[in-house]
Design a protein around this ligand. Structure first.
Ligand SMILES: [Zn+2]
Length: 323
């Protein structure tokens, strides 16, 4: 049957508007594309304390859907294990097919509802996904309230530091890997000439690695002062209990909540020292105390070192709280 021309034209218009709306650019913009996401076929994953809705933007992915979902489940479980529960009750996770084999980038938002976008190479295999760190990093962002932009370093620093710790605790990464990675990366977070402290030096190095340095120093010092009864993890669990990335807060009250949970004012003190002055750190001395020796790109761990028990306590799995 022939359609009247005007109806055909209307159908073409509707079809092309639909296509234009959901073109790849829609999925890669600066905001979570809620409307386009909600039109995609979705799977639901349950993880302790939360539900993740997973949808894949149009495009080819070689990895089978079941393997993709298993990897997301595993990444979300590592984050839930670290925080005692998944940091958001409902999360939208948008997977966008990209080029190559790697997970190339990710982003997370808390402004309307917890949501994460991850770009995965069209040729990525399950083994490529197992090597990825970006998804756990993005999911970790959901666990910390949104803070004013001068403190962006703590958002990126915590996500960068917690990601490998959570994966080691979940048995998804060897402990040597995290220490080798920190030893290679943390020098990029040290203050350079002209540095004005973490709140006033928004360079890439100070934001990501300077923030991770703050997290590691806090973790070691909380463990040291509490004889390994508590660490940064207990502080972050307490902060999450008051709000996740879907909420916003000034930074100081969050640090106080963390300090009250551990019983030692390490976060407030460290922040006071690092926020508006360079506060250099002797990393070599820290590695000696923790018993981390770098041999090329690998770390050798020394259990005789003075803070070896702290190093082990940092990556030891914590019990999930009773629900
Ligand atoms: Zn990040």
């Amino acid at each position: 049957m022939r359609r009247p021309a005007v109806l055909t034209l209307l159908l073409v218009l509707v079809a092309s508007t639909g296509r234009a709306q959901d073109s790849p650019d829609v999925y890669l913009g600066d905001h979570m594309p809620f409307a386009a996401f909600d039109r995609l076929p979705a799977d639901r994953l349950l993880v302790a304390g939360g539900e993740i809705t997973v949808a894949v933007a149009p495009g080819a992915l070689e990895v089978p859907r079941a393997a993709l979902l298993a990897w997301i489940q595993q990444s979300a479980s590592a984050v839930a294990g670290y925080y005692g529960r998944f940091p958001a009750e409902r999360t939208r996770l948008l997977v966008v097919p990209g080029s190559g084999r790697a997970v190339s980038r990710g982003r997370s938002w808390g402004y309307r509802a917890a949501s994460v976008r991850i770009v995965i190479g069209a040729q990525a295999t399950p083994a490529d996904l197992a090597r990825d760190w970006i998804l756990v990093h993005e999911l970790t962002h959901l666990a910390f309230p949104s803070v004013p932009s001068r403190h962006h370093w703590i958002e990126e620093g915590l996500a960068s530091y917690v990601e490998p710790v959570a994966r080691v605790q979940a048995g998804q990464l060897a402990p040597e890997a995290i220490w080798a990675e920190l030893a290679a990366g943390l020098p990029k977070g040290l203050p350079q000439p002209g540095d004005r402290g973490l709140d006033h030096t928004p360079t890439w190095g100070r934001t990501y690695w300077g923030g991770a340095l703050f997290a590691l120093l806090a973790d070691v010092e909380i463990h040291r002062r509490t004889q390994n009864r508590a660490g940064l993890q207990e502080a972050l669990r307490a902060i999450l209990a008051t709000g996740n990335m879907e909420t916003s807060s000034p930074l100081e009250p969050l640090l106080d909540i963390g300090d009250r949970a551990t019983g030692v004012p390490v976060l407030a003190e460290l922040y006071g020292r690092m926020k508006d002055q360079p506060a250099p750190v002797d990393l070599d001395a820290l590695w000696r105390e923790l018993g981390v020796a770098i041999d090329g790109r690998r770390a050798r761990l020394d259990d005789e070192a003075s803070l070896a028990s702290t190093r082990r306590a940092i990556t030891a799995p914590r019990p999930m709280p009773a629900r």
